[in-house]
Design a protein around this ligand. Structure first.
Ligand SMILES: [Zn+2]
Length: 428
């Protein structure tokens, strides 16, 4: 038995689902086996050129090189046709996904999970997967109403049914406990003062610390809607928040804004000359391991898709992309989430605009895939269950035509979608 097979045996035995024989890894007779494709497992590891993925029930039980597997006649075999086999894509920042038909459209496109970071309490029954029509819809995880202070955002803009209002650290802890008891997989907070001349009230450090402590005791991440760098510095970092939603941005005086707009290289003028302290802050965000969910599609997707951008629109696109590029260069962890449902024009289905923008920000195609699988699962509180093709994980898998590690557009050529070990959609 060679070393590689031995390793596979260890993995298989550890989940007690198969036995190993000399010369190959025996696959359970009732397995679903996907073969004849390149396995991209979502961990960031190098792809396996002629790979095999073995699924039993709703779980992945083995993954490896084809040569190491003995596939029994009784197994169900799915031929990937020389394409690529990767984890189902996860859109970690959405709204309006309590509706089964919306999640069905996501699933058909290869997005096997969507995470909803803002609903009313009344919308929560929409995430119930036990009723039959929901089975063929993307998994939906939710944060529920957003924890904020009385009269705070998002109620000020979207309606107060989306607020879970707390006025003290004790109420903040109780809010987290209540939401997790109801089934929340993550906690969403907002730090949005709005117009500085007439600001909305926001959570203070003590309240956010209480939220984070309670959430972490209960094993769920805390995600903060925040744009202002001073709030990242004063609250997000000291409180130990897990993820920043949207991308923070330097606040400029009118004179500084003019100097950026009139410069021949606006991103360089902005980040290196006008606001060099912004990059220092990004480095601290990276050092603390806070994940960024830039939601670039919501921020600039409509401009990015325009073929006739005005000079000012081009600057807006460039500086947003540059902020994410710098975060990535510093070693920051990024998750895919496009803010579907927040504004018109943000993509339903494969979040291709978000992924293209991350590519423009300097991520490699493999890093973009990792951002849309493993990292997205983590911010949704599902890092143990979803996001990579590893034994023990739920078998949410897509087969695409082509190699997305060299041509990211291949993620949009979905041939088959497997959710929980069942073929949920097939083009053939
Ligand atoms: Zn949002």
């Amino acid at each position: 038995m060679n070393v590689q097979t031995d390793k596979l045996c260890t993995v298989l035995l550890s989940v007690a689902l198969a036995a190993c024989a000399a010369g190959g890894t025996r696959v359970p007779g009732d397995a679903l086996v996907i073969r004849n494709g390149t396995v991209i497992d979502g961990t960031g590891r190098a792809p396996i050129a002629d790979g095999v993925l073995v699924i039993q029930g709703d779980r992945i039980v083995a993954v490896g090189e084809a040569a190491d597997f003995e596939i029994p006649q009784s197994a169900t075999v799915l031929d990937a046709g020389g394409g690529s086999i990767l984890p189902g894509i996860i859109n970690s920042h959405t709204h309006s996904t309590d509706v089964a038909a919306v999640r069905r459209a996501f699933l058909t496109d290869g997005v096997t999970t969507v995470c909803n970071v803002g609903t009313s309490l009344a919308q929560l029954p929409g995430f119930d997967e036990t009723s039959a029509p929901e089975a063929r819809a993307a998994r939906g995880y939710w944060a529920g109403p957003i924890i904020t202070v009385p009269g705070g955002y998002p109620g000020t803009v979207y309606g107060f049914q989306f607020n879970y209002e707390v006025a003290t650290p004790e109420e903040a802890r109780a809010a987290v406990a209540d939401l997790v008891d109801r089934g929340a997989s993550m906690i969403k907070i907002t730090l949005a003062p709005g117009d500085p001349r007439d600001p909305w009230p926001i959570l203070d450090l003590e309240q956010v610390q209480a939220i984070v402590e309670e959430a972490h005791v209960r094993g769920v991440p805390v995600r903060a809607h925040v744009f202002e760098p001073f709030l990242v510095e004063d609250i997000v970092l000291p409180a130990g928040v897990d993820a920043i939603e949207h991308s923070p941005f330097p606040i400029l005086s009118p004179e500084e804004e003019t100097s950026v707009l009139e410069h021949e290289d606006p991103p360089t003028q902005l980040f290196d000359v006008v606001a060099p302290e912004f990059e220092v802050l990004l480095a601290r965000v990276v050092e603390q391991g806070v994940v960024m969910v830039p939601t670039l599609d919501q921020n600039i997707g409509n401009l990015f898709k325009k073929s006739d951008r005005s000079p000012i629109e081009q600057i807006v696109v460039d500086v947003h992309v540059e902020a994410v590029r710098r975060f990535h260069v510093l070693g920051g962890t990024i998750a895919v989430g496009n803010d579907y449902g927040a504004i018109p024009g943000v993509e339903l289905g494969m979040p291709l605009t978000e992924m293209r923008l991350l590519l423009a920000a300097g991520l490699t195609p493999l890093e973009v895939i990792e951002a849309g699988t493993r990292n997205a699962a983590f911010v949704c509180g599902q890092g143990e269950a979803l996001g990579t093709l590893e034994p023990g994980k739920l078998a949410d898998v897509i087969i695409v035509d082509g190699d997305p590690t060299t041509d990211l557009e291949a993620v949009d050529r979905v041939v088959a979608v497997i959710k929980g070990g069942e073929i949920a959609h097939s083009e053939n």
